[in-house]
Design a protein around this ligand. Structure first.
Ligand code: NAP
Length: 306
């Protein structure tokens, strides 16, 4: 990875130019740097999937989502994937919003949990990597939805910090088997949904954490292993496994608008605010990437561009 001059992007008709102030790092950027990510050109390329900056046409601070090209001083963006940054937020906070909050929101949506639960019931959700970017967003949203949350992390310190955000049950997977912990904590009943981003054997293990009719929402494979699941284990509990990919969903304009209506309403009430754990200058991008790869990040890692 290197910082070097590149030509300014040329907006296609309808696109907006944005002067980028900060860019949010995602696990997908790590995968892109390691050789490629679906739907993204092979390296070399200008990396970066989300940003915050000043829209050149009207001077408004916006946050946005694209597939690549965000870690540059200027980006050409599609207006439906640009959103106004709430007053009082920093550029770093704006850059930490799009991927994490839309992904977390759609996870609850796929789990069937964005509607109010029937009176007297409290849905339970297991969130893997609960102290990361998507994880901390999922905790903030879960609190608003009245969900009982169980979350995994490799670190006691990270779990303590994410409990301050509203996580009720932290599970240190270095010390405890998370499936056993879920069994104990839910008195053998299991959870309604698992937000799964590890891949490999963890998909099957996450299905084992479910109660009747539960859903595993698969949205990543941080282990680098493809999801392993024998569909026969779904029969017993009427369980299901759902895929979620923001790259695909972001093209569904109505769906994105619905999600934004809810997210922006919560933001206006002051209920959502990205947890930025680390801010580094663009020149230190390799160190910033390593924070995620080495599991050293808490919340979002953001690159400063100006
Ligand atoms: N499908 C989509 O549209 C979509 C969108 C956004 C993100 N994602 C996926 O969601 C996951 C989280 O993304 P993020 O950007 O928010 O990252 P993140 O959670 O902020 O950082 C990754 C965290 O994952 C945990 N982890 C567990 N096993 C790991 C491993 N083998 N290697 C590295 N980290 C591991 C670590 O936390 P602990 O030390 O606490 O375990 C690490 O800090 C990724 O798998 C990503 O690909 C998918």
């Amino acid at each position: 990875m290197e910082v070097k001059p590149v030509p300014d992007p040329e907006p296609t008709p309808g696109q907006e130019l944005v002067q980028v102030e900060a860019g949010g790092i995602n696990f997908a950027d790590i995968m892109s740097a390691q050789g490629g990510y679906p739907g993204t050109p092979k390296p070399p390329l200008v990396a970066g999937r989300e940003f915050c900056g000043i829209r050149v046409s009207d001077g408004q601070r916006v946050m946005g989502y694209i597939q690549w090209g965000a870690f540059a001083q200027r980006v050409a963006a599609n207006p439906p994937l640009l959103w106004p940054v709430p007053g009082g937020w920093s550029a770093e906070e704006g850059a930490a919003f799009p991927v994490n909050y839309f992904t977390a929101y759609f996870s609850y949506w796929k789990a069937g949990l964005v509607e109010k639960s029937p009176a007297g019931t409290t849905p339970r959700v297991l969130i893997h990597a609960v102290a990361g970017g998507v994880g901390t967003a999922a905790v903030q949203i879960g609190k608003l939805l009245g969900v009982e949350m169980y979350g995994t992390s490799s670190s006691e310190d990270k779990l303590t910090r994410v409990k301050a955000l509203g996580l009720q049950h932290g599970i240190n997977y270095q010390q405890h088997d998370y499936a056993e912990a879920i069994k104990e904590l839910t008195h053998g009943e299991g959870v309604d949904a698992v937000f799964e981003m590890l891949g490999g054997e963890h998909v099957t293990k996450s299905v084992r954490c479910l109660r009747d009719f539960g859903r595993v929402i698969v949205y990543g494979a941080a282990t680098g292993q493809p999801a392993l699941v024998d569909a026969r284990i779904l029969y017993a509990k009427g369980a299901s496994v759902h895929g979620l990919w923001l790259s695909y969903l972001s093209a569904k304009r109505e769906l994105m608008n619905q999600a934004w209506q809810q997210l922006s309403a919560w933001m206006a009430q002051g209920h959502l605010r990205p947890l930025v754990g680390h801010v580094l200058p663009l020149e230190q991008a390799p160190a910033a990437y390593r924070l995620l790869m080495e599991r050293k990040n808490f919340g979002k890692v953001v690159l400063q561009l100006s």
